[in-house]
Design a protein around this ligand. Structure first.
Ligand SMILES: [Fe+2]
Ligand SMILES: [Fe+2]
Length: 375
């Protein structure tokens, strides 16, 4: 079996599973929300409507809508406990101690968290509304909103799509954006800024009021959040230009480029703030250590905290001059790669097999998209 037919077979098996899984769950309601116009939704997924959009453009926008829904969900959890509380981003009532710990990284952290959260809401809402305006199916993940969130004072207590309490945070973007000689699109890999965050499972929000002390434990949670913010937003910063290369319509390209740029603005801000995370060891978990990134064995060009602009590096060909760029931006498998990245960080711990299968289908359909005229 060649790889194409194997992939088709895999997709078919997954859809069979989804169909059967949904039936087994007795889930009339579970089935209705996912693709807004699809009647027995998942059973009809192979025929989901692209409306006036090309099939590929609709698939790319649907994957991005799902990614934005998930981003919104995680940012809402941060905002409920650590953001500015107002009616622009309603839900929680704030955790003064967690908010203060975040403000050790920057006095404006609560404002930035609020604004990043509001931005994600608008990304999600706009992309789905645009799909609908073109007669294409939209994405709704509400049936998967089943995870319990934090019980700390200030959290709304509503069910969540994402889990911020068992994160494994990849901070290799720190050294990736400082390298002058390497690029992940050439197969290069990069050291972690906070090696102990890249192993084990760590809360980025207080799981309950018990996490509010001792103060250095709460600071370790806030530091974890500080690095996670940048880890999430650098992912979006790469995802949009990666998928843009396979968009067909100039209007969809305008959407992808215009939203993608804001992900880079978020990342740049969070990159700067993560460097202010105070060096410490979590008194509740001695394996979690935030190093002084400006002192040996760290420090120097690869770690110094004020080097937050992308260093120029190799791009497209080593025979071309080095260039300051977003990296990676390889388009092959970009959506599936993004999904795997979010899964590996523990963001979906506790989610159902149907959730993973549904998102994998959206990612594979986005990755199958080709620019019109290119096959
Ligand atoms: Fe976004
Ligand atoms: Fe984002």
């Amino acid at each position: 079996m060649n790889s194409f037919s194997r992939q088709s077979e895999n997709n078919k098996n997954r859809r069979e599973f989804l169909r059967n899984g949904m039936v087994a769950a007795g889930a009339a309601t579970l089935g209705t929300g996912l693709l807004a116009s699809g009647a027995p939704v998942l059973a009809e997924q192979e025929k989901e409507s692209s409306g006036k959009l090309s099939r590929g453009d609709a698939a790319i926008l649907r994957f991005l809508a799902a990614a934005e829904i998930l981003e919104t969900d995680l940012w809402v959890q941060y905002n409920e406990l650590g953001g500015v509380q107002d009616n622009e981003v309603p839900g929680g009532s704030g955790s003064p101690l967690y908010t203060s710990a975040l403000q050790v990284l920057d006095g404006d952290m609560n404002q930035y968290i609020h604004d990043n959260t509001e931005d994600e809401f608008t990304h999600e809402t706009f992309i789905n509304a645009y799909l609908a305006s073109k007669g294409a199916d939209t994405v709704d993940l509400e049936p998967f909103r089943t995870l319990p969130g934090s019980t700390a004072s200030g959290a709304s207590g509503k069910p969540r799509l994402t889990n911020l309490m068992k994160l494994t945070v990849d901070s290799s973007w720190w050294t990736r954006y400082r390298s002058r000689t390497q690029n992940p699109d050439f197969g290069d890999t990069f050291p972690q800024a906070v090696p102990s965050l890249a192993v084990g499972q760590h809360p980025a929000i207080p799981r309950s009021d018990a996490d509010l002390s001792p103060s250095n434990h709460l600071q370790a949670i806030a530091n974890t959040a500080g690095f996670h913010f940048a880890t999430i937003e650098q992912g979006g910063t790469s995802l949009y230009p990666s998928l843009a290369q396979r968009v067909s319509s100039s209007e969809v390209l305008q959407i992808v480029l215009s939203i993608g740029g804001t992900e880079a603005m978020h990342f740049q801000t969070w990159h700067d703030k993560a460097g202010n995370a105070p060096p410490l060891t979590d008194p509740s978990d001695s394996t979690l250590v935030f190093p002084d990134l400006n002192a040996p064995p760290f420090g120097g060009e690869d770690f110094q905290t004020n080097l937050i602009m992308p260093e120029p590096t190799i791009f497209l060909s080593k025979s071309l001059p080095r260039c300051s760029i977003i990296r990676p931006t390889n388009t092959t498998g970009a959506a599936t790669g993004a999904l795997n990245f979010l899964t590996a960080m523990g963001l979906f711990i506790g989610q159902s097999p149907a959730f993973f299968a549904f998102l994998r289908d959206l990612a594979e359909e986005a990755d199958a998209a080709r620019r019109e005229g290119e096959r």
